[in-house]
Write a protein that binds this ligand. Structure first.
Ligand code: TXA
Ligand code: MG
Length: 329
């Protein structure tokens, strides 16, 4: 069931109050964050968290992000907060930055897949904030899609992905950023970027005043399963072009085009989606998953994606496109 709420309301609206009651009773609620919709359960309730894995058909080796209502909650759920983590939190929380830190006992092993660390973030979306505050406990919440599929940026997309597997979908309208949070691990070896996202490498380095390493590229058994080769994928095979030169198609093929800026007039594509007519990377990121979803629904045999410039947010967009294009296992 979908219940609408005011996207800008920080107060507990009827939808949020209802959602909080469901969560406290061990239920699953999908809710908007500034990045994508999350599928939430109370993070300290191992049984409720187990239902997330079932609903998503998510492998148990893939740990979840814990969403906090305030940075003050941190001490209850993580064992230590290195100074560099504090600096990143002060600058980027609330917001789309997830930090991987040593965990405390209060976080059940099912949340972290048995890892000694826990991923934490404090979402900036007013509805997410109101919901977590109303529950009074952190929410474990992966993106509200089936495992490996496109993250949902609207309540309707959550409904398509999970339907009745979720007890309630709180509809706060389309999400603003459209791409999952940046993930940074802070260990003894220094800060490492586990997943590129809305907080860019440039911003991280500038805040810390030093280089941030990129954790080993895509691998089969990754440190962060978001680094799996294939992820965030539409059902239709997708190919990323090497350059922005789009050539006309041979006749008889039904191909969809994911264009960055303006699409070429008539190259024989059956469906065309443009990420940003003005070439704005923010707008492109916000449109990415919804555009891929529409191309997936267009009944084409292949989706061709134009590359975007790999600066700032463009890195996160290209990361998602390359993962979507990776061969199926
Ligand atoms: O923007 C987001 O981060 C969204 C919204 C809902 O907050 N959530 C999200 O969650 O993208 P999910 O589960 O789709 O991706 C979480 C990623 C996974 O790739 C997981 O492997 C990684 O976070 N992760 C979680 N805990 C980790 C840990 N302890 N160490 C390394 N990676 C971890
Ligand atoms: Mg996900």
């Amino acid at each position: 069931m979908i219940l609408k709420t005011q996207a800008a309301s920080t107060e507990p609206t009827p939808a949020v109050t209802r959602a909080a009651a469901i969560l406290r009773a061990g239920g699953l609620v999908a809710f908007p964050t500034e990045t994508v919709y999350g599928l939430g359960a109370v993070a300290t309730d191992a049984r409720a968290v187990a239902r997330i894995f079932e609903a998503k058909e998510r492998p148990h080796f893939d740990p979840l992000i814990v969403h906090l209502g305030s940075a003050d909650w941190l001490d209850r759920y993580v064992a230590s907060v290195p100074p560099e983590a504090r600096r990143l939190m002060e600058r980027f929380w609330p917001g789309p930055l997830t930090l991987v830190l040593p965990k405390c006992e209060d976080i059940p092993d099912i949340v972290t897949s048995g890892l000694p660390t826990v991923a934490v973030r404090m979402p900036a979306h007013p509805v997410a904030h109101a919901l977590i505050t109303a529950v009074g406990l952190p929410l474990a919440a992966p993106s509200a899609n089936r495992f490996g599929q496109l993250s949902p940026t609207t309540a309707q997309a959550v409904e398509e992905e999970l339907g009745s597997r979720v007890d309630l979908i709180v509809d706060g309208g389309p999400t603003q950023l459209g791409i999952e949070s940046t993930i940074v691990a802070l260990g003894e070896t220094g800060p490492r970027l586990l997943r590129p996202g809305p907080i860019t490498m440039e911003e991280l380095c500038e805040c810390l005043g030093r280089e941030v390493m990129v954790a080993n590229g895509p691998v089969a058994t990754p440190e962060s399963p978001g680094m799996l080769l294939r992820h965030y994928a539409p059902r239709t095979p997708l190919r990323v072009l090497d350059s922005r030169a789009i050539t006309p198609l041979p006749p008889g093929r039904r191909v969809g085009l994911l264009a960055f800026r303006s699409a070429p007039p008539s190259h024989g594509f059956s469906a065309v989606e443009t990420l940003s007519a003005t070439g704005d990377l923010r707008e492109a990121a916000a449109n990415l998953f919804a555009a891929l979803r529409r191309l997936d629904a267009a009944g084409v045999e292949e989706i061709i994606a134009e590359p975007v410039p790999e600066t700032g947010l463009g890195n996160a967009i290209m990361d998602r496109l390359r993962k979507a294009a990776a061969p199926r296992a």
